[in-house]
Unconditional design. Structure first.
Length: 260
């Protein structure tokens, strides 16, 4: 069973536009905000329907990696509206505290700010399409603007609106930087989200002011709370008739090669 080189090339080239980019949606998908068309980009922020404690003591996984894994698992779980939309980042600041009581742990555990680890490059919406921000400066300015005013980032990956006053792991100031407070006994590493259940700043995911990321309330990591998740840049695509025709031509060529 042999295929001609030309037929294989045609088939592969035709498939490239559909497989090269992970975070894409075709025109007409209900997740695409109103008014966007082919070539436009946007991002989605959601709150996980699942909760987790931050008191793990792993020798191999940093708190940031643990949080990112939690967010990605929620986004790609059964029933999620967000499956297959690339890689997600937890919108939180991490204190970089060593994993173990003796000061040893994961060398890669460093301080991280939400504003730099989960940036906004343009239009940001909830899974239900409600506007949240135009860029990072807009999201982390202490006030989520209209029309999300009064609702906050409180829609999960299932498209469900979360109940009022729900807490979310944050570890951040209103501007998305790591929260530090020696009076709260957070230590020199600050009140970011970290291991071993040390105190961390939380946010209220129904708050449309600074409170969505900066409660302000500090609680122990042995509580079960969700995380906010930020998508990568999602590109709106339209099926290309030329590419579809090229793929059919390639497949036809492969079929003819087999018949020879």
């Amino acid at each position: 069973m042999r295929f001609s080189k030309a037929a294989l090339v045609l088939a592969v080239v035709a498939l490239l536009p559909f497989s090269a980019r992970a975070a894409t949606l075709e025109v007409g998908d209900p997740l695409i905000p109103a008014g966007l068309g082919a070539g436009d980009t946007f991002q989605i922020m959601f709150v996980t329907s699942t909760a987790t404690q931050m008191n793990q003591n792993s020798p191999t996984t940093t708190p940031a990696q643990f949080a990112d894994a939690h967010v990605n698992a929620a986004a790609n779980a059964g029933g999620s509206l967000l499956q297959g939309l690339g890689t997600w980042k937890a919108v939180a600041s991490f204190d970089g505290y060593p994993q173990n009581h003796d000061g040893t742990g994961v060398a890669a555990a460093v301080q991280e700010d939400a504003v730099t680890r989960a940036p906004v490059f343009g239009l940001l919406v909830r899974p239900d399409g409600v506007f949240l921000a135009n860029d990072s400066a807009d999201l982390y300015d202490g006030d989520i603007a209209l029309p999300a005013d009064g609702v906050g980032p409180n829609v999960n990956e299932l498209g469900t609106t979360v109940n009022p006053n729900s807490w979310t792991w944050s570890g951040s100031n209103a501007d998305g930087t790591l929260y530090t407070d020696t009076l709260a006994k957070c230590g020199s590493f600050g009140c970011g989200v970290g291991p071993r259940a040390e105190p961390a700043m939380i946010g209220y995911n129904t708050d449309f002011l600074a409170g969505w990321i900066h409660g302000p309330l500090i609680i122990g990591g042995d509580n079960n709370l969700p995380f906010f998740g930020m998508s990568e840049l999602i590109t709106v695509l339209v099926p290309e008739p030329a590419s579809m025709g090229l793929m059919m031509l390639g497949l036809a060529g492969m079929f003819c090669s087999r018949r020879r």
